[in-house]
Write a protein that binds this ligand. Structure first.
Ligand SMILES: [Zn+2]
Length: 395
């Protein structure tokens, strides 16, 4: 599998200071485009992006751009609008219009890139004046959400193999490029879409499954301040891996380990299993080792309770599913995230000889908090052993 980089920035040589093993220091990790005397550059008004009807011929294709774009609008005010024209932008770079289209990257010797945001800036006014976003038409793309292709959102990577062909996710690339278009630069020091996003699908409505992470949102709110209050926390099963750095210095994000029993945590959060030595058959009193990430999208701080549910399927039904007695609590500032590693005691009131899915659930203290993305099935399953002392319930 060839390595891929999500993007290049026109004319900008990124000098990324990075040392391996660096711990996240996300105090103000979001980065803006700079130049001249400008510490940041932003749009003066709402830019209109014209989508090529040749590159994006139908509603499904168009939604691959619109949906991630709308998740940005919900954060930083209405600065992003989409039009729909018949142009084919190949010959028309930097013509004064904001365009989104597909073209062969081979002509620019950029075969390893998937998307490209060409940002034109005015260093006198500190304004962004034009952005063209180009997708590599030599790549095979998938434009929907994972479920459209029979994949689970919680285990879907940036690459999917569909009908034997390797495809890239347009929504992830689109969100990354649109955030560049808003004025955000690459970020190598925290968990963000401006990092090289790999699998940040969350359990949201399809059009919101791919949305800016907390660090991206804080950057947008600084660029385009508004008085909108947001109360939302989410859980996902990936995190940024500072030991896996792309060729231009940005650490990649990776799926976290599969929840499992054991005597302790695995050495790395990116190991295959979180429990070491890995135990998939468990008894009452054993511990399940889990890793996951909490994203506080909110404009306020929050405290979240974290609880593990044992479910016969991958949907959380709090009435039916058995919950852990173990509860962990975490307080997060506005627009902050945290990577969690916790173990949960296996309760005795499970049934013997059953396969259970493990679902992690967050409960936030914020009023009117959107709860749809507060739970996620962790990857993997455990089995309740038959020969336990004390025993589980009998079926
Ligand atoms: Zn980028």
């Amino acid at each position: 599998m060839k390595t891929t980089r999500l993007l290049a920035i026109t004319g900008a040589l990124l000098t990324m200071a990075f040392s391996q093993g660096l711990q996240p220091t996300d105090a103000n990790a979001y980065e803006f485009f700079t130049g001249g005397a400008c510490s940041k550059l932003k749009w003066a008004g709402d830019p209109l992006f014209e989508l090529s009807t040749i590159s994006f011929p139908g509603q499904f294709s168009r939604a691959a751009i619109h949906d991630p774009g709308n998740t940005i609008e919900n954060v930083g005010g209405h600065w992003l609008d989409f039009g729909w024209t018949t142009f084919n932008g190949n010959a028309a770079l930097k013509n004064g219009d904001n365009e989104i289209y597909g073209a062969s990257f081979a002509q620019w010797d950029m075969e390893n890139f998937a998307g490209w945001a060409r940002v034109r800036k005015n260093y006198v006014t500190c304004k962004i004046t034009e952005v063209d976003i180009v997708f590599d038409s030599d790549d095979l793309w998938y434009r929907g959400v994972p479920e459209d292709y029979g994949f689970n959102y919680w285990q879907s990577p940036y690459w999917l193999t569909i009908n034997g062909q390797s495809r890239k996710s347009m929504r992830q690339v689109a969100l990354h490029e649109l955030l560049h278009a808003a004025g955000l630069r690459h970020e190598d020091n925290t968990w963000a879409m401006m990092n090289y996003g790999d699998r940040p699908w969350s359990n949201h409505q399809p059009e919101h499954q791919m949305s800016p992470l907390p660090d991206d949102r804080r950057g947008l709110r600084v660029l385009y301040p508004n008085s909108v209050t947001e109360n939302d926390v989410a859980i996902v099963n990936h995190y940024v891996n500072y030991d896996d750095v792309s060729s231009n210095g940005v650490p990649r994000q990776r799926q976290l380990c599969v929840a499992a029993g054991g005597d302790g945590f695995s050495d790395s959060m990116f190991d295959t299993y979180c429990g070491k030595p890995t135990k998939l058959f468990v008894c009452p009193g054993d511990r399940i080792y889990t890793r996951f990430s909490i994203a506080n999208y909110s404009t306020s701080s929050t405290t979240v309770q974290q609880r593990l549910y044992f479910s016969s399927d991958t949907t959380l039904q709090t009435f039916l599913d058995t919950k852990s007695d173990t509860v962990w609590s975490k307080s997060l500032g506005a627009g902050r995230h945290h990577r969690e590693g916790h173990s949960f005691v296996v309760p005795a009131d499970l049934f013997t000889g059953n396969v259970y899915n493990l679902i992690m659930h967050l409960e936030s203290d914020l009023p009117n908090e959107f709860e749809g993305n507060n739970w996620i099935p962790l990857r993997g399953q455990i089995v309740t052993a038959n020969n336990c002392n004390p025993a589980f319930h009998n079926n």
